[in-house]
Design a protein around this ligand. Structure first.
Ligand SMILES: NC(=O)c1ccc[n+]([C@@H]2O[C@H](COP(=O)([O-])OP(=O)(O)OC[C@H]3O[C@@H](n4cnc5c(N)ncnc54)[C@H](OP(=O)(O)O)[C@@H]3O)[C@@H](O)[C@H]2O)c1
Length: 250
């Protein structure tokens, strides 16, 4: 599967659990060497134990611009997956402080900004792909997640701006954003689903039923590997649901 990725290098941020771990697993399964970045060394070591030498764990803060510069200089990945994200504190607007409201800007947006900038400045080799994790919340809003939806909307813009700069400079780097639908299948998603269930006065099982079929981390891994492998998938942004990737209209 995805033989185009065999023997190539990928960097995945947020690889210690959730979507990132599944993406690292799928890319390694396709024959890529995967550098996985997250802060929790123990959980990264678990991934290493599962995937073996195909996975290089790097315990680091992905929002640190030095980490971005060093790892891109050292590994020059063909595939860069900017997936790391902070779990928002689930509260209505007026129960946020500015610090809790802006958390996704400090983590998610800041890391996508630094890594995208370094990828363009290096630059990565022609044919490289940068995939940035936005969210379906960027379209629908997320009233219990403070600034999360706006931050994820900005990530979509950063990927599109980066794609325009790549095209203007003839770099041949593909930059796309992916907008997954909310799923209780990860720690971040489960916390959000529990908060929305409580808000609506229903139990979690009822709320999950209302959401319909849940997107699984394995489906995310497969979708990202297919996106990374296929240069023809060059739309600026893709929705990601259990049915797969679909270009965001407009
Ligand atoms: N689950 C959903 O329903 C959903 C829907 C739409 C979009 N998304 C987005 O998809 C991405 C992955 O979400 P998930 O559900 O898989 O979340 P998750 O299970 O909470 O995993 C988040 C990952 O990000 C890492 N991370 C957080 N802060 C970091 C930092 N400063 N430096 C390095 N790594 C950091 C975490 O590792 P450490 O804690 O070890 O650092 C972890 O590996 C996020 O960007 C999220 O916003 C998720």
């Amino acid at each position: 599967m995805h033989s185009e990725l065999s023997g190539t290098t990928a960097i995945v941020t947020g690889a210690s659990r959730g979507f990132g771990r599944a993406i690292a697993t799928t890319l390694a399964g396709a024959g890529a060497r995967v550098v996985g970045v997250a802060r929790d060394r123990d959980r990264l070591e678990e991934v290493r134990a599962e995937l073996g030498d195909a996975f290089l764990p790097v315990a680091a803060d992905a929002t640190d611009p030095t980490v971005a510069g060093l790892l891109l200089d050292r590994h020059r990945p063909r595939t860069l997956v900017l997936n790391a994200g902070a779990a928002p504190l689930s509260r209505p607007l007026h129960r946020h402080t500015w610090q809790t409201f802006s958390r996704a800007w400090d983590v998610d947006v800041q890391h996508v900004f630094h890594w995208t900038r370094e990828a363009l400045l290096l630059p990565l080799a022609p044919g490289s792909t940068v995939i940035a994790f936005s969210s379906g919340a960027a379209l629908a809003g997320s009233p219990l997640s403070g600034g999360y939806a706006g931050a994820k909307g900005t990530i979509r813009f950063i990927a599109a701006y980066g794609a325009a700069e790549s095209a203007r400079a003839g770099l041949g780097i593909r930059l796309v954003s992916v907008l997954p639908r909310l799923t209780p299948a990860t720690e971040l998603g489960a916390a959000a689903v529990a908060a929305y269930a409580e808000r609506e006065g229903v139990d979690v099982a009822t709320y999950r039923e209302r959401l319909g079929q849940a997107l699984t981390p394995a489906q995310v891994g497969l979708a990202i590997a297919s996106l990374a492998a296929d240069p023809a998938q060059d739309r600026p942004a893709y929705l990601l649901t259990p049915d797969g990737l679909a270009p965001v209209p407009g």
